[in-house]
Design a protein around this ligand. Sequence first.
Ligand SMILES: [Zn+2]
Ligand SMILES: [Zn+2]
Length: 423
Amino acid sequence: METYKEYLIEKRRKFHKIPEAGFMEIETTVEIIKELKKLGFKNIKYGRSIHHERLGVPDEESIKAHLRESHINADFDIKEIEEGYTGLIAEYDSGISGPKFGFRFDIDGLALEETKNKDHIPNKFAFNSKNEDFMHACGHDGHISIGLALAKYIISKKNLIGSYRFIFQGAEEGVRGGKSMADAGCAENLDYFFSSHLGMGFKTGEIGFGSVGFFATKKFDIDFIGKSSHASGAPEQGRSALLAAASLALVLNSLTQYSRGATRVNVGVLNSGTERNIVPEHAHMELEIRAEYQALLDDMESRVLKALEGTSIAFEVKNQIRLMGTSIAYNYIDEDFFEDLKNYLTSLGYNLILKPKFKASEDVSSMLKRVAEKGGKSLHFIIGSDLKSNHHTNSFDFDENSLYIGFQFYKDIIDYLNIKYKQ
Ligand SMILES: [Zn+2]
Ligand SMILES: [Zn+2]
């Protein structure tokens, strides 16, 4: 199986070089399609048809600027991908009746400049990011590589039954792509659905099996519109958008007190003002709320809206609020399915850590839920990987040995369910 090890590392490094932000994974999408075609996939869907409503799409100018710097070539129509309808679905039907499998791999990078440190392995082996301000700092380059290796395995294996759907999803960061693709029907009609994340605090060789505790979350952009005036000559005529926003930021941090479950709030961006002697007319805020349970998130949301209304009244400013991303809480496990797979995988020698709490948001939760609601079996796992630095930091790097472990884990599950179904 040495060839798969090489394939995994080669693909990981290839995609590590071209990180792209959410809904801008244009070169990434095109390169995945090209590879899948090369492997022999005929049924590949992409563009508008695999999306419903996309939240938090970058403005047209940013997408165009990104395209100018990319060198994309394809011998198929990529117009819709270039409009930010990124990601794709590839399906392989064995032609023999059997279960319908689905897998989801996220493909986006982050707006982060990769470290120039020479000890950083991507620098050492010359596969560092060529997109200056972007980086694969969460491990999604590894997810793409596992997805492709699995696709290669499925299409080359002779005696498989059923069908296999590979969902390569963009814009996971900021939880935007998952819901859009799930609402477009990407996860319908599946008997089994699996997804995973590399790292997340687990060591190489450990597998977090049956992740639960996905946080519900909503991401908002808020703009305050006040009135400018001379700060000394006529301060009473001004209405400070900056003070309104600053005040709201403080109020929001009092919203996390709940006895019923964990919650989070973070104001991550606050920009305002033009000159020291002008009462600021405009302020821009980006914030997120998260909660262990949906009801808590709904409650927090209504309090965010009240606090926004209250501060706007107090400071006599107008506001505009926009939803930029959202994901649901997910805590469900099909116990029989979980037990059965757990026993089998343990017998193969896997070091499983059962039902790890994810404690973050992952927009695959919309797909996990949809499959489970329709009677399918869905599971998420964490493929442990020794990390050089935490997720979302500029020297993030994972242990490439974990790619093969992850690939093999998926492969063993598929082989097992095939045998089981045939009996
Ligand atoms: Zn991430
Ligand atoms: Zn991630």
